[in-house]
Design a protein around this ligand. Sequence first.
Ligand code: SAH
Length: 392
Amino acid sequence: MNIPEIRLKRGKEESLKRFHPWVFSGAVASLPDNLQEGDLVKVVSSTGELLGSGHWQIGSIAVRMLEFGPGHVDDEFYRHRLRQAYDMRQSLGLLREDNDCVRLVHGEGDFLPGLVVDLYGNTAVMQAHSPGMHMERARIAEALTELPQVGSVYYKSDTTLPFKAGLDPVNGYLLGTESEAVATENGLRFNIDWLRGQKTGFFLDQRDNRTLLERYAKGREVLNMFCYTGGFSVYAMRGGAKRVVSVDSSAKAIALTRANIELNFPDDPRHTAIAEDAFKYLAEMPDGAFDLIVLDPPAFAKHRGALKNGLLGYRKLNARAFEKIRPGGILFTFSCSQVVSKDAFRAAVFTAAAQSGRKVRILHQLTQGADHPVSIYHPEGEYLKGLVLQVE
Ligand code: SAH
C-alpha cells in the first residue's frame, strides 16, 4: 500500500524523536494532494528521514503518531497494542473477580492516540477522539474481541469526534449486543448505562480516590456534590458514614445514584439524593452540616479560552465549601479540566481557602488511576487533579 508522506519543517522533528505523540499543523512543511481526514500518513523530517506514522486530521493537531520508526500500522499493530494494554491492567491487578471494570485504552497513555476504551464486564465501550480511529473502528472492534473477557463492543463517539471532520459518528454495536451491565468495582456493584449515560457511562478514573474516601468516611456526615452515578456515595456508605447526601443538578443522575445505592445498600436510611444546583445547595445549607465534602464538578474550562472563567468557578465553588465545612472536616476537591494545570488548580483552591480565613492543610494530592496512564513525553495526558484537605 502506498502511504502518503508528510514532510516537516526544519528542526520540527525534535519532539517526535522524544516520542511526543502529536505533530502540530505549524510544523508541517508540505502535505500530499488528496489527503482525507483520518488517513494514515508517514511523517518525515525536512531531510527525508522517516520518523514514523500516524493519523492525519484538520486542526491544530495535524498528526497523531501511532508508530515511531518504520513499523507498519496494520491489523497486527492494533492486536498487539490492545493486548499490551490488557496485559498491563492485568499485571497491575486491576482485573479481578471483584473488579471487572477498567479503562482498557487511554489514548496517548497507551500509545493509541485518539482511542479510549472502557471495559464493563464483557462489554467494551469505545470512543474515537480522532477521525483516524473512527475510520479504524471495525478493525479495532475485531481486535478487542480477541481479548479475554470482551464479548461485545459498543461504539460511542457522538460527543468526542472533532466536529470539523463532518463524519457521521453513529453510536451502536460493532459486535455483539449486550445492552447494559452491572459492573463490579472493588466489590461494589454499579449499573452502567453506556447508551444514555455521560461519556462511556461511568467515571473509572476516580476508583482509587473513592477507595481513599472510604477510609475516611467512618462516622462522618458526607456531602457528595456532583455525584453523577453516586460512586463516592456508595464507597462512603461501605466506609461506615453516619449519613450521605448526594447532590447533582441532573434528575437522571440522581435516579442513577439511587439505583446504585439500592443495589449495594437496600433500604439503608443513611442515604439521601437531591436534584439541585451545587451552588444553590451550598449557599443554602447550614454551617457545619457536613464534615466530609466531595467536589467533583464537570470540567469548568473545556478549552484555553475558558481558562480564566473556569478558574474563577473552581475558586467560588471551593470557597463555599471552606465556609460551610465543619471544623476538623475533610474536603476532597477535584478538577478534570485538561487545560487547568495542577499549579493553577492549587492556586484557585489556595485563594478560596484564604478568602474563608480557615486554616487548611493538604493531606493528599490525587490524580487518575493507573488504568489512565500518562506518557511521560505527553504530560497533557494528566487531566485529573485532586486535593484532600483538612479544614480546621
Ligand atoms: N463525581 C462523579 C462524576 C461527576 S461528573 C463520579 O465520580 O462519577 C459531573 C456531574 O456534575 C454530572 O453528573 C452533572 O450532571 C453534574 N453537574 C453539572 N453542573 C452541575 C451543577 N451546577 N450543580 C450540580 N451538579 C452539576
